[in-house]
Every structure is written in C-alpha cells, then in structure tokens.
Design a protein around this ligand. Sequence first.
Ligand SMILES: [Zn+2]
Length: 127
Amino acid sequence: MPHSASITHRELLPHLVVLGAMIVFTVVLALWPQSILHVGYQCQLRALLGLRCPFCGMTRDFATMLHGGRPTLNPCSWFAALVVYGVYPAAVALAWRRKRLDVFHSASVARMVAVALAAMLVLNNLP
Ligand SMILES: [Zn+2]
C-alpha cells in the first residue's frame, strides 16, 4: 500500500518521540544516574504478585553499563541495550527509508514483542 509523505511523517513522529526519550534517558543516566536511581519507584508487578517484571533491574543495569560495568540485576539487560541502541533505531530508519513504518503495527511485530516480553519475564524470574 503506497504511503504519502505526510502519512509517513505522521507515522514517524511517535518513533522520534521514543528515540528522543531514549537519548534524554541515556544522557541523564550517564551524567546524573542518582537523579533517577534515587526516585524510589516500586515495580507494581512485584508489589502485587511478587514477580519481577521483564524490566526490573534494568535502570540500574543501564546506569552500570553506561559507566563501563557489567549488568548483574536483569539477565536481559544486554539484550535490551542491543534493542534500544541498535535494533530499534535501525528498524525505524530502515522502515522510514522504505516508507513502511506501518510494519510496526503488524501482527508479526506484535507477536515478536509479546514473545520477547514473555521470555524476559521468565528469564528475570529464574532463581
Ligand atoms: Zn519491574
């Protein structure tokens, strides 16, 4: 299905917001990690069910990785870093160049994300 330029730009905007937020979050975690790490938020899945969500530990792991350390709190932090700093920006750029940003709304992408989140949930709760 052909896309007009305005539709493509409108579809690109949410990805630019996400990419911008990732840049801001990375800069803050790299330069002022305590400003985020001392917020003291609590994971609602952990509070309600006692399970670690797929992202539990990643903020501290990302701060550790940005300062040259190895992540130790979530076994999926390396994978998440690869997605955040490589796969997702590359996929957005490729889809934008090919005018196929609609691929992010496809059932196959939704399935891949669901499978990845389920795997991360399991891996983050292994003893
Ligand atoms: Zn969590």
